[in-house]
Design a protein around this ligand. Structure first.
Ligand code: HEC
Ligand code: HEC
Length: 341
């Protein structure tokens, strides 16, 4: 009897060894070849197995004490991983934060996380959301026992080679899942890759305007994700209750500055801006956003000089909106690697 147990344990150990991830730790074809490689920290290379565990955790409501709030509550796959149409997210116990939940597709390319850039990596960001009392309010003791249960053992062993559960590893897995959430198949992307027929004349006109000095849109919304990863004040308020980047740096010049958001899938993620345009009403449509820019915004000492009266015609405004809509990649909403397992 004793020997049977010992042999059983040995077989289990062998099984565990065989499950150790032996994939090469560099690029996996998880990320489309025409996109730049997604950077990752040295201690958390991207593997399919880790992304799979991360996906389970991303959709796991039991990480929150009432069993209801998961990352996907505020980053919903069918809303391009935002929580449209909410302006301000609602987390554990119905508690509200003060900011809009951003779309996190291609977040792996971002240089700083959150609207004010207070987290440097996706791992750090995930831990913050996980522990935040108004987001998931996780109780690490009960989460620990869930993750140590038989239900998770195989996924855990495949991802990390053993079943040692730590919150750090859980966040590494979630971050890995986020790193494979890559979208680059909008009509705009196809145009960039050489198919000049996918955009209508109005959309092309909007694209030209967007990338012109006349509007300066691409001065801040630049690069493959239409963001410079910098912080700017675009003149939304006379008074900033949420002081944005200033909260992190304490520098008065950073008052009311927020991270330039990626504009991918922008048509799917209303309403717009970090906190909500309460002084003049919510910006719920792209037409309203373009009108705000056209008006030149509210004067504020840190407002960027590129935000100024643009004097666009109605046709130019419609062209800009039409261009913004070409940034929708609906494949990301139903990609079977991204949805709830
Ligand atoms: C209650 C709603 C809510 C939940 C739950 C939530 N988030 Fe968020 N998420 C937000 C809001 C709101 C922000 C912006 C907060 C800020 O900028 O201060 C955000 C920001 C982010 C960002 C930064 C994106 C960027 O470009 O700056 C990432 C990544 C992210 N969340 C991932 C996650 C992950 C992973 C989880 C689960 C561990 C999670 N979120 C849970 C609402 C939520
Ligand atoms: C000076 C840099 C800058 C310029 C120029 C600029 N933007 Fe922005 N844009 C930002 C920042 C920063 C935000 C977020 C501001 C906030 O939430 O407080 C933003 C927000 C947006 C949003 C809402 C995004 C979201 O997820 O809520 C849209 C749409 C947008 N910009 C489009 C444009 C267009 C179109 C132009 C040109 C007419 C333009 N931007 C010019 C920096 C800029």
């Amino acid at each position: 009897m004793k020997w049977i147990v010992v042999i059983g344990i040995m077989l289990l150990a062998l099984g565990a060894c065989r499950n150790v991830n032996t994939q090469p730790e560099d690029e996996l074809p998880l990320i489309p070849s025409y996109m730049p490689p997604v950077p990752y920290p040295a201690d958390n290379p991207i593997t399919r197995e880790k992304a799979e565990l991360g996906r389970r955790l991303f959709y796991e409501g039991r990480l929150s004490p009432d069993g209801n709030v998961s990352c996907s509550s505020c980053h919903q796959p069918d809303k391009a991983f935002s929580d449209a149409p909410r302006q301000i997210s609602v987390g554990f116990d119905g508690l509200q934060g003060q900011r809009n939940s951003p779309m996190i597709v291609n977040a792996g390319y971002r240089k700083a996380m959150f609207w004010d850039g207070r987290a440097g990596t996706l791992e750090e960001q995930a831990m913050a959301a996980f522990l935040n009392p108004i987001e998931m309010a996780a109780d690490t003791v009960s989460v620990g026992s869930l993750l140590r249960s038989a239900e998770y053992a195989t996924l855990w062993r495949r991802a990390f080679g053993d079943t040692a559960v730590t919150m750090k590893r859980a966040m590494q897995a979630i971050a890995t899942f986020e790193r494979i959430l890559v979208s680059a198949d909008s009509r705009y992307d196809r145009f960039v890759r050489g198919d000049s027929t996918v955009l209508s004349p109005l959309e092309k006109k909007g694209m030209q305007l967007f990338f012109s000095d006349k509007t300066s849109c691409s001065g801040c919304h630049s690069g493959p994700d239409l963001t410079d990863d910098q912080f700017h004040n675009i003149g939304l308020f006379f008074h900033y209750f949420d002081r944005g980047r200033y909260v992190v740096t304490g520098n008065p010049l950073d008052e009311g500055k927020f991270k330039t958001p990626s504009l991918r899938n922008i048509a799917l993620t209303p309403p717009y801006t970090a906190t909500g345009d309460f002084e003049k009403g919510l910006l719920t449509t792209l037409e309203q956003v373009v009108d705000r820019y056209n008006d030149g915004g509210t004067n504020f000492h840190s407002k960027d000089i590129r935000v100024r009266k643009l004097n666009l015609t109605d046709e130019e405004k419609s062209a800009l909106v039409a261009f913004l809509k070409t940034l929708t990649d609906s494949s990301v909403l139903k990609n079977p690697n991204f949805t709830k397992p």
